[in-house]
Design a protein around this ligand. Structure first.
Ligand SMILES: NC(=O)N[C@@H](CC(=O)O)C(=O)O
Length: 438
C-alpha cells in the first residue's frame, strides 16, 4: 500500500505541518521526524510531495450536481462528471434526480450509486425525486429509496418546483421519520410562464420574458412555514435573490430547520450578461442584479446561506449553442467552483478565507447530506478525504480542456485564482499534479 507524505502543507488555523496519509486515513500530522517516519513504514512505498505553500482542505462536497446518466450520456456521464469533480477538489457529489429515467425508484438510485463506485473518483450520493417523474402529482417511493443500497437522504424535484403545498407538506412529513431533507427548487411556476431571464430593466430592454424574484421568494416563504409546521428539514436550492436571503434569515431566527445553498455563478455574474444573447448565460434561476449578488455574498459570509453548491448543469452543444429562447438553462460548475469562491471571498474579505471555504464547501454540505466520512477535520485518524490547493497559482478557463463532456462554462477565457493540485479519496489520489489519476 502506498503512503503519501505532504510536506510543509498549510492546515486551517495551524502552522505548516507534514501530513501522512496511509491506509485510507490521516495517519499522522507531524510530530515525528522524517527518519522515524521512514523507519515506521517498512513494506510500504512512501511518496513524498513537497506541499510548501499549498493549502489542505477537507475534500469538497457538492450538494447539487447534474450528472445526466442515465439518459443524456452525450452531455455527461457519472464517470466524466466524477473526473470533473475530482479535478475541482471534490470528494463527494450529490447527483440530482432529473435524469431519464428520473431517479424516482430504488432501482435508478442504486444504478447511479453503483456507477459512482465503479468510477471510483468521488463518492456519488444519489438524490431521489420527490414526485413520480418530477411531475408534481404523486409522491415517489421515498421510503424505498431511503432503504435502498444508495441510502438516499435528500429528495428533490430540482428543475421543477414541488409547487402543490399539500404534496410538499406530505413530503416533509414523510422524510421527517428518517431525518431526511427536501431540497426545493423554489419557483412558483405560474409566475415564471414564458420566463427567459431575470425580470428587470435588462429583460425589458431585450424583450425577453421575465422571471421575477418574487417567484422564488413566494415559494421559500411558504416552505419555511410548512417546514416549521411539520418540524421537518427543508433545504433551499440555488438561492438567487436578496429577498430570499432575508426570508431564510428570519426563518432561522425563529428556529425553522432550514438550510440553503448559493451557486458560484450567482455570487459573481449578473443579468447584464444576457445583453450578449449568449445562451451560456441562461440558467435557472436566472442571473440577477448587483444588489442580489451583494446580498448573497453577505448571506454566505454570515452563514444565513450554509453552502456553496455548484448546480453543475452540463448541456450538449446542440442544446446550448442555439437561439437564447431555445437553449436549455444551466452552466458547468465543478471545475471552477473553488477558484470562483476564492476570488469572490478575496474581494469581500481582503484575504484568503480558508476556514469559511472549508465550512461552506465541505463541512456544512457533508453535514446536510449526512456524509459522515466527508467534511471532517484533517486530524490524525480522520478518513483521508482532502484536497490540496495552490492559492498563488492562477488558471485560465478553456472550455474544451475541461474534463466535463460538455463545454457550457460562462468563465471561458477568464483567469481565476487558485489551482487544485491534488485530491485524495480515502487515502488514494484521484488527482495528482492537476491531473486525474485514472
Ligand atoms: N439549473 C439549471 O439551469 N438547469 C438544471 C435544472 C434547472 O434547475 O432548470 C439542469 O438540469 O440543467
Amino acid at each position: 500500500m502506498t503512503a503519501y507524505l505532504l510536506q510543509g502543507v498549510s492546515l486551517l488555523g495551524a502552522a505548516p505541518a507534514d501530513l501522512l496519509i496511509r491506509d485510507g486515513v490521516i495517519a499522522a500530522v507531524k510530530a515525528t521526524t522524517l527518519e522515524e517516519l521512514r523507519r515506521s513504514l517498512t513494506g510500504d512505498e512512501l511518496v513524498e510531495i513537497d506541499a510548501t505553500g499549498l493549502v489542505a482542505l477537507p475534500g469538497l462536497v457538492d450538494l447539487h450536481t447534474h450528472l445526466r446518466e442515465p439518459g443524456r450520456e452525450d452531455a455527461e456521464t457519472v464517470h466524466t462528471g466524477s473526473r470533473a469533480a475530482a479535478l475541482g477538489g471534490y470528494t463527494a457529489v450529490c447527483a440530482m434526480a432529473n435524469t431519464a429515467p428520473v431517479a424516482d425508484t430504488a432501482g435508478v438510485v442504486e444504478q447511479v450509486f453503483r456507477l459512482g463506485r465503479e468510477a471510483g473518483l468521488v463518492d456519488v450520493q444519489p438524490i431521489g425525486a420527490v414526485t413520480v417523474g418530477l411531475a408534481g402529482e404523486r409522491l415517489a417511493e421515498l421510503g424505498a429509496m431511503a432503504e435502498s443500497a444508495a441510502t438516499v437522504r435528500i429528495f428533490s424535484d430540482d428543475g421543477h418546483c414541488v409547487h402543490d403545498p399539500r404534496l410538499m407538506r406530505r413530503a416533509l412529513e414523510y422524510v421527517k421519520a428518517f431525518d431526511g431533507v427536501i431540497a426545493q427548487h423554489a419557483e412558483e411556476p405560474r409566475l415564471t410562464e414564458g420566463a427567459q431571464m431575470h425580470e428587470g430593466e435588462v429583460s425589458a430592454r431585450l424583450g425577453l420574458g421575465g422571471w421575477p424574484a418574487v417567484a422564488e421568494e413566494a415559494i421559500i416563504a411558504r416552505d419555511v412555514l410548512l417546514a416549521e409546521h411539520v418540524g421537518a428539514r427543508l433545504h433551499v436550492c440555488h438561492v438567487s435573490t436578496a429577498g430570499s436571503v432575508e426570508i431564510i434569515r428570519r426563518a432561522k431566527e425563529r428556529g425553522v430547520r432550514v438550510t440553503a445553498e448559493v451557486t458560484p455563478h450567482h455570487l459573481l455574474l449578473t443579468h447584464e450578461l444576457a445583453s450578449s444573447y449568449d445562451p451560456v448565460y441562461k440558467v435557472n434561476p436566472p442571473l440577477r442584479t448587483d444588489a442580489d449578488v451583494a446580498a448573497l455574498r453577505q448571506g454566505l459570509i454570515e452563514g444565513v446561506i450554509d453552502v456553496v453548491a455548484t448546480d453543475h448543469a452540463p448541456h450538449a452543444a446542440q442544446d446550448k449553442e442555439c437561439e437564447w429562447a431555445y437553449a436549455r438553462p444551466g452552466m458547468l460548475g465543478l471545475e471552477t467552483a473553488l477558484p470562483i469562491v476564492l476570488g469572490v471571498l478575496r474581494d469581500e474579505c481582503g484575504s484568503d478565507s480558508w476556514e469559511l471555504i472549508a465550512d461552506r464547501m465541505s463541512i456544512a454540505p457533508a453535514r446536510i447530506a449526512g456524509l459522515a466520512e466527508h467534511g471532517r477535520p484533517l486530524t490524525a485518524g480522520s478518513p483521508a478525504n482532502l484536497t490540496l490547493i495552490d492559492p498563488a497559482a492562477r488558471i485560465t478557463v478553456d472550455p474544451h480542456a475541461l474534463a466535463s463532456l460538455s463545454a457550457n462554462t460562462p468563465y471561458a477565457g477568464m483567469t481565476l485564482p487558485g489551482r487544485i493540485v491534488a485530491t485524495f479519496l480515502r487515502g488514494v489520489p484521484t488527482v495528482l499534479d492537476g491531473k486525474v489519476c485514472k
